[in-house]
Design a protein around this ligand. Sequence first.
Ligand code: JCZ
Length: 271
Amino acid sequence: MRVDVVTIFPEYLAALDLSLIGKARTAGLIDLGVHALRDFTHDRHRTVDDTPAGGGAGMVMRPEPWGEALDHVLAAGRIALGDPAAVPALVVPSPSGVPFTQAFAHELAGRPWLAFACGRYEGIDERVLEDAEARLEVYPVSLGDYVLNGGEVAVLAIVEAVGRLLPGVVGNADSLVEESHEDGLLEYPVYTKPASWRGHEVPPVLLSGHHAEIDRWRREQRLLRTARRRPDLLERLDPTQVTSADLAVLAGAGWQVRSGRFRFVPAAVAD
Ligand code: JCZ
């Protein structure tokens, strides 16, 4: 997969030299191009920002360097890929974007070419996205409902989430399937040795050697943890896709099926 990133802080992307993604690059599975936005300015001060039209706080990224940078990414990537008609998906991190999910990571992992535009300040002049839409698919994405200072940290997260899904990047295929967010439930808690530590015990069932019981216990932990921490995920779960044992576990935690969805039904209070 070809990945291009445009940023005013190319050093930020040095983290992609490390660990899993670094190995994927060394193995030739990911070809990363990092581009400094200021290289596409023409003034003495290499200016990338200006005051917002209509007034207001902060500064906005000027369109001209972005236009030239994206033109360059398109031309350089087509040469690198040896395909003069290739088109990248352009991902633009923004707190106003569509939520980034594991499903979207899978979708991006199926593409041969991703480009990322890292904004700073109050964001990028909207016309840059409008102009790009005429040539490529543009995806404004949000990592979550909190505000970062720029798109770089979001790009690190997205490239890691997508990169580890590429064939050959994560060694053990099972570790990709058995994960939170792959089937709508959170993962079960994990433990290692020693069996007793600071008075906290590994749950005895995990040391029992009864594989069927261990599987049952882990399933129950996933259901209860999801109900407690992420009720929004439970509400999206299809009740027809779970077992009657699952229904009993959830009912014990106050979750019942109403109109074909899981709903939390508080226990009636005696008077
Ligand atoms: C550019 N500020 C790009 C994305 N989920 C999320 N939170 N914050 C961002 C983000 C913030 C930014 C820019 C300037 C992304």
